[in-house]
Design a protein around this ligand. Structure first.
Ligand code: C5P
Length: 219
């Protein structure tokens, strides 16, 4: 079956971000999130199967490098930003699938922080928005984003589409069984400036095929 698949993306180059960023607090502690990286890795695989060259900028995941993909491992949002901005100009498109921390510790302690009897707090500063940075220099490239909203899903997705200059957004339905971070299935809607298409529950690799089909329609 594989060999029958059309190599419709031969000669095209894509950047895909995936996984969770790790924001260090001190040498042994960090702030992160539950992203497994599965959705981004499935998209990287689907692109490669259609003949594309894929650079996967990956935060923390437990996944093996998909065959045929160039993987760049990063930890923090800052490192992911640098890795993406450096490469985007050479690409035909990018899929921003990573769960990037919105905040990072304002200072990283050189030594392991000591506990005391009192409570403590950690000052956080904003991270850079990688997707928005790429959106600002997008030109005719295809740019795809993800959104995970718990309220006003559609309005928030539409404003994100414009703010970050995405061609379309993959909206995760967090509230439904079988959707979201850790599992092997997902329920998503694909939203562009004209329409919202709701896909039923399916495997992340089938979701990836739908996303790549839509990417092709924007090339
Ligand atoms: O603003 P929000 O985090 O909801 O946007 C989600 C989209 O933006 C995802 O595609 C995510 O990968 C991307 N993003 C990014 N850099 C950030 C925050 C989000 O690339 N710092």
């Amino acid at each position: 079956l594989f060999s029958e698949k059309k190599k419709s993306l031969e000669g095209k180059r894509f950047l895909v971000t995936a996984g969770a960023t790790i924001e260090p607090i001190d040498p042994v502690r960090y702030i992160s999130n539950h992203s497994s990286g599965k959705m981004g890795y499935a998209i990287a695989e689907a692109l490669v199967q259609r003949g594309a060259e894929v650079t996967l900028v990956s935060g923390r995941t437990a996944l093996d490098k998909p065959e045929g993909v160039e993987r760049v491992d990063v930890l923090s949002a800052e490192e992911m930003y640098e890795a993406c901005v450096e490469r985007f100009q050479q690409m035909d498109g990018a899929v921003m699938c990573a769960a990037v921390a919105d905040y990072t510790p304002a200072v990283v302690a050189d030594e392991k922080l000591k506990k005391s009897d009192s409570d403590m707090s950690i000052a956080l500063k904003r991270t850079k928005d990688i997707a928005a940075a790429l959106g600002a220099q997008k030109g005719s490239r295809v740019l795809v984003g993800f959104a995970m909203e718990t309220q006003n899903e559609r309005e928030n997705a539409q404003s994100k589409l414009q703010r970050k200059n995405f061609d379309f957004i993959v909206l995760n339905s967090l509230r439904k069984e079988g959707a979201g971070f850790r599992g092997d299935t997902n329920i998503v809607s694909l939203i562009d400036s004209r329409e919202k298409v709701d896909l039923p529950l399916m495997s992340k690799s089938d979701v990836a095929e739908h996303i790549v089909d839509k990417i092709e329609s924007f090339l």
